[in-house]
Design a protein around this ligand. Structure first.
Ligand code: THG
Length: 370
């Protein structure tokens, strides 16, 4: 496959970390929330994957933009957008919560942070939720402010993240619970740090608001990081698939509903909260879904998924579409995520797909893979 350069501009923004990561060896970008997101550092993705599982990495995750919603009606608006019950949400906690429209179609799958009773951040995946929120606020006459907060996340991921962060910020950070956040002092500023991140290797996300002190923290980690074999990295396709972390725009999009995406535990229908698509979701739940996100294992040594790839059974029936995939060194085959149609969405369903013109056999499996 031929590769092309990406022309940067004001419309396709970099991040406060861009000059640093380019010195550190960032070698490819994708586009996410109209910004550039590194996808590669130097060598093969497999090396970075193994390093992420054994050591610790710092990632530029600033593309995870924060839509801030504050004001008197902020809870009402945030709840209107998500099918997850946030009525008992606690300050200092993060909530993975599907945002859906009135037809229960998926708009985004953000992490939502409750900062105060009347102040929320929606930590976005790749779609324009700010516009959707503004439309709803205007239409409902809500008393809210909606804007992109000046926040640039860097993520610290990997099994040694705990010790690395404790060395710089003190041992208290080790007490932080999964999906909790608190404030930690460095360089004369307090930084909001959550135990979260887009890998299952453990880690933290620094919601950098004070750029100077935040960049000093970023630099400090690298200054002392050798002891932990710290390396710069980026969200890792191999690891995220193995860990079954979904990617909006790749695995699911506005054509899918949360029940089709396996978000059942974030769909709360038995209460009196008000959100868009609630009646539709009740209907879908009672009728049953007609397609479902499933894992797949394919007998192939490599794959590059740049669009949906049709999957067929032995009688040439279209059974679904492959949406993401990569070779996995642990499974020693390609694993991926596919939207599989009823009645084929059962584990052990066999299929074939064409990869670079070659027919490969595969099997559907349940998620998560491990
Ligand atoms: N961190 C922050 N913002 C983000 C992401 C992130 N915004 C975009 C994108 N990633 C959103 N997608 C996900 C997907 C999965 C998880 C987090 C964000 C995740 N899920 C856990 C799991 O699946 O085990 C736990 C979710 C839960 O039960 O609450 O971590 O990475 N700031």
């Amino acid at each position: 496959m031929k590769n092309f350069f990406l022309s940067k501009s004001r419309r396709l923004r970099g991040t406060p970390y861009t000059s640093r990561i380019e010195k550190q060896g960032a070698s490819a970008y994708t586009v996410y929330n109209h910004m550039i997101l590194p996808t590669r550092f130097g060598g093969p993705l497999e090396e970075l994957y193994q390093h992420l599982k054994d050591h610790v990495q710092v990632w530029d995750a600033a593309v995870q933009r924060q839509t801030e919603i504050n004001g008197k009606d902020s809870y009402k608006l945030v709840q209107l957008m998500t099918c997850r019950d946030l009525s008992k949400a606690k300050i200092g906690r993060c909530y993975y919560a599907p945002i859906i429209d009135d037809k229960a179609k998926l708009i985004n799958d953000p992490v939502i942070l409750k900062l105060a009773e009347d102040r929320w951040w929606i930590s976005l995946s790749d779609s324009d939720v700010e516009l959707f929120a503004k439309g709803l606020a205007i239409g409902n006459n809500f008393d809210v402010n909606i804007f992109e907060a000046k926040v640039d996340i860097f993520s610290v991921q990997g099994p040694k993240s705990n010790d690395l962060m404790a060395k710089v910020l003190g041992p208290k950070i080790k007490d932080l619970k999964f999906f909790g956040f608190d404030y930690y002092e460095f360089g004369g500023a307090k930084h909001l740090i959550a135990r979260s991140g887009w890998s299952k290797q453990g880690g933290f996300e620094v919601y950098m608001q004070h750029t100077e002190a935040g960049l000093a923290l970023y630099d400090k980690l690298f200054e002392i990081g050798d002891e932990f074999n710290l390396k710069p990295g980026c969200p890792n396709l191999i690891e995220r698939l193995e860990s079954s972390l979904l990617s909006y725009g790749n695995d699911m999009d506005i054509g899918d509903n949360p029940l089709e995406c396996g978000f059942d535990k974030y769909v709360n229908l038995d209460n009196d909260i008000n959100f868009l698509g609630k009646e539709e979701l009740k209907k879908i739940k009672s009728e049953g879904i007609k397609k479902k996100l499933m894992g797949v294992k394919i007998n192939a040594k490599e794959i590059s998924v740049t669009g949906s790839i049709n999957m067929f059974d032995k009688d040439k029936n279209l059974i679904g579409e492959l949406r993401s995939g990569s070779y996995n060194p642990m499974f020693k085959q390609v694993i991926g995520i596919a939207m599989v149609n009823k009645p084929y969405f059962k584990a052990s369903q066999e299929f074939s797909v064409s990869i670079d013109g070659k027919n490969c056999s595969g099997k559907v499996c349940d998620l998560p893979f491990i």
